[in-house]
Design a protein around this ligand. Structure first.
Ligand SMILES: Nc1ncnc2c1ncn2[C@@H]1O[C@H](COP(=O)(O)OP(=O)(O)OP(=O)(O)O)[C@@H](O)[C@H]1O
Ligand SMILES: [Mg+2]
Length: 343
């Protein structure tokens, strides 16, 4: 192994709905943040695995004890299984990227791990524990900061990262962000799913549909203040397959995301020194996969009109932007920034 090949740098984005990894060897992998263990010996015999991840876990959920390790921007720490789930998920991502083989051959691995802003505040020690023995060096940062770093939006910019569990805001002032530069709302994708679920349940009481299907509908048909055609889906009602129009419920659930996000964005801008506010307004970066909702960027631009106007750029690759940012940060980080992790 050459000197250079002995070091592998890794960026990881640990998300509520999806987690991604990007490495200096060019690997890019993403997995839905689900971990599932077979419930009994029958399930294990059928599945032939001790633990399942991502879509595989969701598809086989009736045979599994399924855990989603993050919720509302925080790591669940209630049970041993919750704690195990986070380690399994991180370990799986590193497996996908070939990290264990690399280390077995004597290579050293350094990882920058991006977590929801709130988890960085509350669960940092827990995340660190979960990474023990998996890599040699670690830096833990907030997700929106990793996004800003990867896009080189380091000065007079704001990242609005609308994910599943949280919407994270981060104003970049040319240095590591402090608490006052960041904000977290629990109004995000999961919250929209819950509303859509409730609204549809009220209108069609006999409807039998899972939150996973509701989420699929949202990902296909969502829109914010945007004229969209009628949205119809087929679903069993009282056991009978039925075609229903969900345009109004979809509109109401998705559009409810606009006001709280706009309000927090404007509030954070108002806290920036006045001579820089215009630059920040013109440099809003909309990230997270909810940024794909048609009309979201325009809605936020409209909200800035009465304050002098602004510009919202929607990131091109919301799935990997955080992991890529972590990788760039890993490439730039001086030796002194790395925490050594005992194996
Ligand atoms: N095409 C789409 N249109 C609308 N919403 C979408 C689309 N694709 C994904 N989503 C939603 O985006 C959310 C997931 O976003 P993302 O992957 O950025 O979250 P995360 O990073 O896992 O979560 P968090 O940042 O809260 O920890 C989910 O609610 C998902 O349903
Ligand atoms: Mg995210």
């Amino acid at each position: 192994m050459t000197e250079k090949a002995q070091h592998l740098l890794v960026g990881i984005d640990l998300g509520t709905s999806q987690s991604a990894i990007a490495t200096s060897a060019g690997v890019r992998e993403v997995v839905d943040s689900y971990v599932g263990w077979p419930v009994d010996a029958v399930a294990r015999k059928i599945l032939k695995k001790d633990v399942l991840f991502g879509q595989d876990a969701v598809d086989n959920r009736t045979m599994l004890e399924v855990h989603r390790p993050l919720e509302r921007g925080l790591l669940k720490e209630g049970s041993d299984k919750d704690q195990q789930a986070i380690r399994e998920l991180l370990s799986h991502l590193l497996d996908l990227a070939g990290v264990p083989e690399f280390r077995k051959n004597g290579g050293k691995v350094r990882a920058v791990l991006g977590v929801p802003a709130e988890a960085l505040r509350v669960n940092k020690q827990h995340v660190r524990e979960a990474m023990k023995g998996l890599v040699d060096g670690l830096i833990i940062v907030s997700e929106p900061f990793a996004v800003a770093y990867g896009l080189d939006a380091l000065l007079h910019a704001m990242v609005v990262d609308v994910g599943a569990g949280t919407t994270d805001f981060c104003v970049m002032k040319g240095r590591y962000p402090t608490e006052e530069d960041q904000r977290t709302l629990t109004n995000a994708g999961d919250w929209v799913d819950e509303q859509l679920y409730t609204l549809l349940g009220e209108r069609h009481p006999g409807m039998s549909v899972s939150i996973h299907t509701i989420r699929d509908w949202k990902e296909k048909y969502s829109f914010i203040s945007h004229e969209a055609g009628p949205v119809t889906v087929s679903v069993p009602i009282g056991g009978k397959p039925s075609e229903i129009d969900i345009t109004e419920e979809m509109k109401q659930a998705c559009e409810s995301l606009g006001p709280p996000v706009a309000e927090a964005m404007l509030d954070l801008i108002a806290g920036v020194e006045s001579e820089y506010q215009e630059q920040v307004r013109k440099n809003i970066i909309l990230a997270g996969r909810c940024s794909k909702m048609p009309g979201f960027g325009q809605y936020l631009e409209k909200a800035m009109e009465q304050f002098g106007g602004g510009k919202v750029k929607v990131v091109k690759d919301p799935v990997f932007v955080g992991a890529n940012g972590g990788l760039v940060l890993a490439q730039d980080a001086p030796k002194s920034d790395w925490e050594k992790l005992p194996s």
